[in-house]
Design a protein around this ligand. Structure first.
Ligand code: NAD
Length: 516
């Protein structure tokens, strides 16, 4: 083991100890208000920066899912026995359970996920934002009164599902965890959440600290393990009455199918192949900086990555040249280094997938303008999953690299002639998560934005995302919405209540006063 790996292992052990997770066996789950070890096969975590073993823990397995769902049922009942205002107060208090632990949490994420430490600190801030925002919704979920054409008072309440199951990926573990936990409990549900097997710890710490801060015992449970074992046990569990999944379209299909077998609804937040459209009249300095951030932040491991850059032909050469130069100046390095802007890919499978897709693109005729291989200047110890920021040109829309999500720091640039072709190319994919338009012509920017089949569209911007505004996809990017009021409503069911108000009313036999 090289000295960098040894240092990372020691650092991880210290961080886990600080949160009470380290013992003889790693206590890698938070179930019914306690840290517990898994019961299944051993899972080894690899350090993304070095490619060497970092830690191992045990798959939770079906037994822990059973305990977690029972705890969530009890926790939910206790939670719903509180007034709505009290739930809001407790959520706000709970977030204070993270105070003083922010840096350790960011470090934990950085070591395991391989993300630059500065990005992880920002992610901790997002956790706070999400809980604060949804805490405010707790006592504002009033229903409606419907002016029905009978003597009834008819009102609608938004009632929780009960216990919901959530499954998250490895690219932004803390963000996705808080993103789904906060609305779920604000709506009154208990939760069992399974993070990616590759990034198990920060979700456990968040749940533990929140409960220490004041949430009901058992309301939130985190179970760690593989998708095919622990994940499948969760999706198949009869107590789970809604599934919320963030991950790849391939797994999303399996989750939705598992839900459909039990007639349980799902929300799917899946991948993307987002188009970033630059018109010749755009402020090109800003468009180039925006395009760079859109694809290379998080080493491209972002669902909304602007992975297809569509550039008006008259400025294509200029934009791609400037972008390649900018890509070469990104500080790629160790996640722990304060100067690092882009770290490694998170895991070997992803690294191999990205490498294979670049090679296949070249074989199909694409040309690497910059990158495409291990970045230069890394230390010898940094033997992990690094790929330099990559820009590909001579790409045609039918190539795999132009159609499929790469989920790595790989940008494909294609030229277009006129607005019509820009829209046609942008929509020429099965995905529909996000997109952007860069132009100083306000009318055109709105016109084009309105024709993009994407759940989120930016004009002269990219990646502006807030927990206040709905987020989700079309097509292979999934269905349902997260964030904002729409995200909250995914966690409730409308219940219609009819109260007879007439002094001497009788219930009509047949269709007299209502529906069949
Ligand atoms: P993945 O689909 O491989 O895994 C996601 C989660 O699903 C993991 O926790 C995994 O263990 C679990 N899982 C896999 N098979 C399962 C099964 N049969 N039953 C139950 N659970 C199962 O995705 P990933 O590689 O972890 O993440 C990358 C993908 O996530 C990319 O496609 C990315 O675009 C997407 N993503 C989407 C969003 C969004 O908001 N739209 C956000 C982040 C990531």
């Amino acid at each position: 083991m090289n000295s960098l790996s040894q240092h990372a292992c020691n650092h991880l052990t210290e961080l886990l100890k600080g949160f009470g997770l380290a013992a003889d066996t790693l206590l890698s789950n938070w179930v019914d208000g306690a840290l517990v070890a898994g019961e299944g096969e051993e899972i080894t975590l690899i350090n993304p920066a070095t490619g060497e073993a970092l830690a191992s823990y045990r798959d939770a397995g079906a037994g822990l899912i059973e305990r977690a769902t029972q705890a969530a049922q009890r926790g939910q009942r206790e939670w719903m026995a509180l007034t709505a205002s009290e739930r809001g107060r407790r959520m706000n208090a709970a977030i204070r359970g993270l105070e003083g632990h922010e840096e350790a949490l960011a470090q934990l994420e950085s070591v395991v996920a391989g993300k630059p430490i500065r990005d992880c600190r920002a992610e901790v801030g997002k956790v706070r934002e999400m809980f604060e925002y949804y805490a405010g919704w707790c006592d504002k979920q009033h229903g409606e009164v419907i002016p029905v054409p009978t003597s009834h008072l008819n009102y609608v309440r938004h009632v929780p599902y009960g216990v919901v199951g959530q499954i998250t990926p490895w690219n932004a573990p803390m963000f996705t965890c808080a993103w789904q936990l906060a609305p779920a409990i604000a709506a009154g549900n208990g939760v069992v959440l399974k993070p990616s097997e590759l990034t198990p710890f920060t979700s456990v710490v968040i749940a533990k600290q929140l409960e220490n801060g004041g949430l009901s015992k058992g309301l939130i449970n985190i179970v760690n393990g593989l998708g095919k074992t622990t994940g499948a046990a969760l999706t198949d569990h009869p107590t789970i009455s809604k599934l919320v999944f963030v991950g790849s379209p391939q797994s999303g299909r399996m989750i939705a199918e598992a839900g459909a077998r039990r007639l349980v609804p799902s929300v799917l937040e899946l991948g993307g192949k987002s188009a970033n459209i630059v018109f010749a009249d755009a402020k090109l300095d800003e468009a180039v900086a925006g395009a760079q951030a859109a694809i290379f932040a998080a080493a491209g491991q972002s669902c909304v990555a602007g992975s297809r850059l569509l550039i008006e032909r008259s400025v294509f050469e200029q934009v791609t040249r400037r972008l390649a130069r900018a890509a070469e100046q990104i500080a790629v390095g160790l996640p722990s280094d304060e100067a690092t802007r882009m770290g490694p890919l998170q895991n070997r499978r992803q690294f191999e997938q990205v490498t294979r897709m670049i090679e296949a693109a070249e074989a199909a005729g694409a040309r690497v303008l910059t990158g495409g291989k291990r970045p230069e200047g890394l230390s010898d110890e940094a033997q992990g999953y690094f790929i330099a920021p990559t820009v590909l040109v001579d790409v045609t829309p039918d190539m795999e690299i132009a159609q499929q999500e790469v989920f790595g720091p790989v940008l494909v640039a294609m030229a277009f002639d006129g607005e019509g072709q820009a829209i046609q190319l942008a929509n020429d994919t099965r995905f529909g998560l996000a997109g952007a338009v860069w132009s100083q012509d306000v009318a055109r920017a709105h016109r084009v934005a309105g024709q993009l089949r994407a759940g989120t569209v930016w004009i002269n911007s990219y990646k502006a995302i807030s927990v206040m505004s709905p987020f989700g996809g079309f097509g292979d990017s999934g269905f349902g919405r997260s964030s904002g009021l729409d995200g909250l409503r995914e966690y409730t069911v409308p219940q219609s209540v009819w109260v007879e108000t007439a002094p001497e009313a009788s219930v009509a036999f047949g269709y007299g006063s209502g529906v069949g």
